[in-house]
Ligand binder design. Structure first.
Ligand SMILES: CC(C)(COP(=O)(O)OP(=O)(O)OC[C@H]1O[C@@H](n2cnc3c(N)ncnc32)[C@H](O)[C@@H]1OP(=O)(O)O)[C@@H](O)C(=O)NCCC(=O)NCCS
Length: 151
């Protein structure tokens, strides 16, 4: 059994983090978004914008042994950039990362967590207690605004 480790991202993680996210989008989101949307979503996670995110928000990385297998971010009261490597999905890693970022939010006195869910991830967030707020339309495609009170 390989060890599981969670730590905060630094600028040294930009390239592998960008790679993990773009690969996950291409594999896991293709059923719900067309190719143009997938390309636009991948462009958001090129190394340069990923570096900007690392500098401006809290980003956690999850490693299985030495392999980067998941990530989640927090910017103000928004949970962002939640991705688990496709071959490691449905093992509880996403749930664990959300619990960690919710704890970070509580420590910042955030009383309600917001997020924009992909169509793909909506059932996942519902399973973790997030509620539908509204469907929103972006150039990259539809996303679901969701919220959850943090107690
Ligand atoms: C959404 C995502 C982060 C979930 O990560 P994960 O590690 O697979 O999730 P978990 O294993 O912790 O799942 C927790 C629970 O959520 C629900 N769930 C997760 N994925 C699901 C799916 N595809 N279908 C139905 N329920 C699902 C289940 O209730 C699950 O518990 P169970 O496995 O005991 O039944 C991952 O699938 C992913 O990276 N998806 C593609 C990228 C994406 O859309 N990210 C969100 C951007 S907003």
């Amino acid at each position: 059994m390989q060890s599981l480790k969670i730590r905060q991202a630094t600028l040294a993680d930009v390239v592998p983090l960008s790679g993990l996210i773009q690969h996950t989008i291409r594999v896991s989101n293709s059923e719900d978004y067309d190719q143009k949307s997938i390309d636009m979503l991948c462009a958001i996670f090129e190394p340069e914008p990923v570096a900007e995110r690392i500098e401006n928000e809290l980003i956690l990385l999850c490693f299985m042994g030495s392999e980067l297998v998941g990530t989640v971010g927090l910017r103000d009261d928004f949970l962002r950039s939640m991705f688990v490597e496709p071959t490691f999905q449905r093992r509880g890693l996403g749930k664990m990362l959300v619990a960690r970022i919710e704890e970070e939010a509580r420590q910042k006195a955030i009383s309600e967590m917001m997020l924009h869910s992909s169509m793909t991830a909506r059932v996942f967030y519902e399973a973790l207690g997030y509620e539908f707020v509204e469907l929103q339309s972006y150039p990259e495609g539809p996303f679901v605004l969701m919220k959850k009170p943090l107690r």
